[in-house]
Design a protein around this ligand. Structure first.
Ligand SMILES: Cc1cc2nc3c(=O)[nH]c(=O)nc-3n(C[C@H](O)[C@H](O)[C@H](O)COP(=O)(O)OP(=O)(O)OC[C@H]3O[C@@H](n4cnc5c(N)ncnc54)[C@H](O)[C@@H]3O)c2cc1C
Ligand code: SF4
Length: 560
């Protein structure tokens, strides 16, 4: 049937972490869903996790060639010769920034599953120290919901996604429904034990969306390593072969790929969203999809771009923007503070063939905790990701036989890199660039973001505290790193259509429902009121499921 003539119950825009869940939840409940995504269809035949680089034309060594079409996407460590065509062409689809305000908009995917194809899979719950951060230290706004509201939805998501982890009983990082843990290396165990003993801090296994137990026909991980190139056994969480596949196989979801959504369509008289207008990326023709409700899940920057581009007479400053808050309070985690060193007391035999555990360790936030002392230099906190293992001595001096011998002399390395909370500040914002359109004729975003004094003080302490912990673990040759990232580099952009109870100060309510337009929802990270220091995606997914349950209740009650 011609999609433009079909009336759907809900149109979901985006097939990534949030859109996959929205489509699954709604379609499995019996609603007719259109899943509109600007990526082409993903398939197992694209996956190359077992392909050696010598089978590639340029041996995965030609990053400058990739930069010709993807100068920003290539900033992302996961964009490589194996998969670069999953990423957007930056020349066709740019964003812009003021000259003196760099922002790296890496991680724009154009394939079903969006960023979940290549994500790092680190999956952490937020706690009430995060949801109620403003009550704790007086800065900003509390979220309009509490941990207890979201906990049952974290359970649902974790059990389906499959997350390996160790329960630790720490207030700041609530435990979840974990699959059996992948093991820690000797170096990591040593760090864990000594850091607990000396500082009382928790070093744990990274909580990662990689299966250690089979679920829903997906096999446990076999430790081959490069998940960002896909996974034929479906052992990591990628919405393309999990939530989206479930939604489609329910028989209630029509997946419309290669569809670049431009605007939300409105019935101004009834103040209701009626569907979306998209540009078909293949034919370049405009098309419409009609539905009773619209759910934007296009990733925070892109959903807000769609809302700005949907401005009309009733909402001249952007759809759903009667508050004037839309586009403001952009956040990303600050990174670039950490340390690495060597643990000479441990030895072993390095192995070039793996096993390659696709996970590392995590140091739980220990600054400005629930009931601990407060830092004088900054508010909020940071966590570390890292790892340690026996490796080859790649930086051995010399050449010839002596070099070969030295290379095999094992080194046990250990490293930590911080992820710090970024404060929600009005002056970090996005707007429409009036002078630039993408290849489809759609006005692009202009992004204004810098880190402030709080983030800079925090990243400096990350470098010091990482070195301090490594030294306490007995590491030698400890080198701290302090190279604060530009915004965008953590690829955790959230917050530009914030949730709140007060429609004058927020765009969405606690169910990510527009205060202004009741049948319009924004279920990616745009709704975050603050960013915490944990990776955002588990929370994005849990919020999305909760919001979709609310949408269905409202539809049943005749309110939407
Ligand atoms: C390399 C990398 C590593 C990461 N590691 C982690 C991690 O370890 N832990 C973590 O929590 N997070 C991580 N992230 C971030 C994580 O991937 C995102 O937070 C998450 O995927 C966001 O979900 P989303 O649904 O908002 O967006 P996405 O998953 O990106 O999905 C958005 C979808 O919308 C589509 N879309 C965009 N614009 C339009 C449009 N105009 N019309 C139609 N469709 C559109 C996109 O193609 C995409 O399919 C990482 C990201 C990257 C790139
Ligand atoms: S490491 Fe595990 S999850 Fe990643 S691609 Fe290999 S088997 Fe799949």
């Amino acid at each position: 049937m011609d999609q433009s003539k079909q009336q759907f119950d809900v149109v979901v825009v985006g097939s990534g972490a949030s859109g996959g869940w929205a489509a699954k939840r709604l379609a499995e409940a019996g609603l007719k869903v259109a899943l509109v995504d600007n990526g082409r269809k993903q398939s197992d035949s694209n996956f190359t996790e077992h392909m050696p680089s010598f089978q590639l034309k340029y041996r995965d060594q030609a990053s400058e060639l990739i930069r010709r079409t993807r100068p920003v996407q290539k900033d992302c460590y996961a964009c490589m010769e194996y998969n670069y065509d999953w990423f957007a062409n930056d020349l066709d689809e740019p964003y812009s920034t003021p000259k003196d305000m760099p922002f790296s908009w890496q991680g724009r995917l154009r394939i079903t599953g969006g960023r979940t194809n290549v994500w790092g899979r680190q999956s952490y719950r937020l706690s009430d120290l995060d949801f109620k951060a403003a009550s704790h230290d007086g800065y900003g706004e509390d979220w309009p919901l509490s941990y207890s509201d979201l906990a049952p939805y974290y359970d649902i998501v974790e059990e389906y996604v499959g997350i390996t982890g160790i329960p630790e009983g720490v207030y700041e990082l609530p435990d979840g429904k974990f699959q059996p843990p992948m093991g820690l290396t000797c170096a990591e165990t040593l760090l864990r034990n000594r850091v607990k003993e000396k500082f009382g801090r928790t070093v744990t296994l990274g909580r990662s969306a990689n299966l250690t137990k089979s679920i829903n026909g997906r096999a446990p991980c076999h430790y081959c390593g490069p998940c960002e190139r896909g996974c034929v056994t479906h052992s990591y969480f990628n919405s393309a072969f999990t939530t989206v596949a479930d939604a489609v196989s329910s028989g209630n979801c029509t997946h419309i790929p290669d569809a670049m959504v431009y605007q939300v369509l409105m019935d101004g008289d009834r103040n209701r969203a009626t569907g979306v207008l998209y540009i078909d990326r293949i034919t370049r023709q405009p098309q419409e999809v009609r539905a009773r409700a619209v759910v934007l899940c296009a990733q925070a920057l892109e959903s807000v771009r769609v809302l700005f581009n949907s401005a009309n007479r009733q909402y001249p400053a952007g759809l759903g923007n009667s508050s004037g808050v839309l586009g403001h309070y952009l956040m990303d985690h600050i990174t670039g503070g950490g340390a690495n060193g060597e643990l000479p007391e441990l030895t072993g035999k390095p192995n070039i063939n793996g096993p390659n555990r696709p996970d590392g360790i995590y140091v739980v936030r220990f600054r400005n905790t629930h009931d601990g002392p407060r830092s004088k230099n900054f508010i909020r906190g940071y966590g570390f990701q890292g790892g340690g293992d026996v490796g080859f001595n790649w930086s051995a001096p010399g050449f010839g036989a002596a070099y070969k011998k030295a290379l095999l002399d094992p080194i046990t390395g250990i490293g930590l890199g911080g992820f710090g909370e970024c404060l929600a500040r009005w002056e970090n914002y996005v707007e429409i660039d009036r002078n630039r359109v993408d290849t489809y004729g759609i006005p692009v975003l202009n992004i204004h973001m810098t880190y402030g004094e709080n983030e800079m003080a925090m990243v400096k302490e990350m470098a010091d505290s990482a070195a301090e912990m490594l030294e306490a673990a007995g590491a030698k040759n400890v080198r701290s790193t302090l190279r604060p990232s530009a915004p965008g580099w953590a690829i955790h952009e959230v917050g530009i259509a914030r949730m709140g109870n007060d429609p004058r100060k927020s765009v969405l309510n606690q169910f990510q429902q527009s205060h202004d337009v009741k049948n319009l929802f924004v279920c990616d990270g745009a709704g975050f009121t603050s960013t915490a220091c944990q990776n955002p995606t588990l929370t994005i997914m849990a919020l999305c499921v909760r919001s979709m349950d609310h949408l269905m209740q409202e539809m049943k009650a005749g309110n939407v």
